[in-house]
Design a protein around this ligand. Structure first.
Ligand SMILES: Cc1cc2nc3c(=O)[nH]c(=O)nc-3n(C[C@H](O)[C@H](O)[C@H](O)COP(=O)(O)OP(=O)(O)OC[C@H]3O[C@@H](n4cnc5c(N)ncnc54)[C@H](O)[C@@H]3O)c2cc1C
Length: 461
């Protein structure tokens, strides 16, 4: 397993996007569960708060702390795997990249993944990380059990049958309920995806949106503001992991072998990172060119079809830094949201350099999952690092507010507990469990105070 290093100045913490920094009073790198329990107890004795750190890929200050930073980068690896049942238990600091590689050795894979694999499993789960697929939920829906260390330093296990309320809360737990030490996932047999990516007029994509979402295992699209084309990505599972093709208009173009190494390098590193990075830097230096650059990027979108191991298709390198906000909206409101966004973006004083990404997910039953109780469309907006984004993100939030949009917990948003409560039927249940397991707010930080409010315990019922 890869070992990550603590920063040169261990008192400084900064997230990937540079949107959050912190100076923890203590930096601990526990190597086993006993050391995690001890770190939590020691923090309590010293009157310090505790946050577990993932790899800092949240745009929000979710992991920030001025108390004890629990760096779990030495707490990695699979501890049990059963190829027959698909049940896999791993330590919480394991990155998705290390997990995907290790699962391959057992003939297993995650049923769905997001765009990147740099996150830790616990960090990804804590904020409700998701991929795309109308019949699939986010990563937390693949969890069968969690081991946590609670605020009093005691270890517990929760699952659908053991402490079910804690399990319903902790699968997307925001790091508010304890330190997750181990995760048991229900994985699926390794599978191959046929990837088809092609530009289509955005109007056509929106017209066919429901059919495209229904017909493809993993459907998403990118749209460059100011452009008329969307890049439509359709990833479909090949039966038996083989090369058999399935037809149908909404599933066009399933074909191909894995991309040869040089072409992966050319498409993902050169075109999507180096060339796109140059375009973004040009836009940052001369913002008046951004609409034209966006139209150029949109017109230059090209097609590709290939097949590969699932995780090599789901995940792509993201080397161009950006800031992001993402909201989950009821699937049926997607068209209205995008129509408003398309009308409003050209009127912004500060132009937008990065594409909008649209994905889908099935309804789930996890209390603070953004997909709770409703089939979801995710709309993610981005801006190139260093360009102004506030007015754009505010505009977006005002649009999604009209359709009960729920913000991704790891991406920029301005919501607070008062506005979030009506969006989540189990919001108060989450707060009740939090008050039970962490009555002194040991795992609190300013971000949690904003989105959850104060710990109000003990609560009965
Ligand atoms: C380039 C990029 C691409 C992304 N792509 C996607 C995507 O495709 N889909 C998507 O949904 N999101 C995506 N994200 C968001 C990302 O998946 C989440 O923000 C995720 O939480 C980051 O994981 P992390 O390991 O970096 O956790 P961090 O950001 O370090 O921490 C996140 C939260 O988890 C808590 N935490 C971490 N470890 C533990 C633990 N052991 N116990 C308890 N709490 C813990 C932290 O305290 C914090 O509250 C992307 C982000 C970036 C920067």
């Amino acid at each position: 397993m890869t070992k990550r290093r603590a920063p040169a100045n261990p008192r400084q913490w900064r997230n990937w996007a540079g949107t959050a920094t912190a100076t923890p009073a203590r930096w601990c790198q526990p190597r086993d569960e006993a050391e995690i329990c001890a770190a939590v107890k020691d923090a309590a004795s010293a009157g310090l708060r505790v946050r577990a750190l993932g790899t800092g890929h949240s745009f929000t200050a979710a992991a920030a702390t001025d108390g004890v930073a629990l760096d779990l980068s030495l707490w990695t690896g699979i501890t049990a795997a059963d190829s027959r049942t698909g049940l896999v238990t791993l330590r919480s600091g394991t990155t998705l990249r290390a997990l995907n590689a290790a699962l391959g050795e057992f003939g297993l894979a995650m049923a769905n993944l997001g765009d990147i694999d740099a996150q830790t499993i616990a960090g990804a789960l804590a904020t409700g990380t998701h991929g795309t697929g109308a019949r699939l939920g986010g990563l937390a829906t693949q969890v069968e059990a969690l081991d946590l260390v609670l605020a009093d330093g005691s270890p517990v296990t929760c699952s659908a049958s053991a402490r079910p309320d804690l399990f319903a809360a902790a699968r997307v737990g925001l790091g508010a309920l304890g330190v997750v030490t181990a995760v048991t996932l229900r994985c699926v047999p390794s599978f191959t995806l046929a990837a088809d990516e092609r530009p289509l007029p955005v109007d056509q994509v929106l017209e066919r949106f429901d059919a495209l979402a229904a017909a493809n295992d993993h459907f998403e699209f990118y749209w460059f503001p100011y452009g008329r084309q969307a890049l439509v990505k359709r990833n479909n599972r090949l039966p038996g992991g083989g090369a058999e093709r399935r037809g149908g208009t909404e599933r066009d173009g399933e074909s191909g072998a894995p991309l040869p190494g040089w072409r992966r390098f050319w498409e993902f590193e050169v075109m999507e990172n180096a060339a796109f990075g140059t375009l973004c830097r040009t836009g940052r230096a001369a913002p008046r060119l951004i609409p034209a650059l966006g139209r150029f990027a949109s017109a230059a979108l090209s097609s590709r079809s290939y097949t590969d191991a699932s995780y090599r298709v789901f995940v792509t390198p993201r080397r161009v830094h950006f800031v992001e906000s993402e909201y989950a909206v009821p699937r049926e409101s997607l068209r209205g949201v995008l129509a408003e966004l398309r009308r409003a973006v050209p009127r912004l004083a500060e132009p937008v350099m990065f594409p909008v990404e649209v994905r889908v997910a099935a309804a789930d039953d996890i209390w603070l999952s953004t997909g709770y109780g409703r089939d979801t469309a995710y709309v993610a907006i981005h801006q190139y690092a260093g360009l102004p984004y506030r007015a754009y993100f505010d505009l977006f939030e005002s649009i999604v507010a009209g359709v009960a949009g729920r913000p991704h917990w790891g991406k920029l948003h301005s919501m607070d507990s008062g506005r979030l409560r009506p969006l989540y039927p189990h919001f108060d249940d989450f707060l009740r469990v939090r008050a039970e397991v962490d009555p002194e707010d040991r795992f609190g930080n300013p971000y949690l105070a904003r989105i959850l409010g104060p710990v109000s315990g003990p609560v009965t019922g």
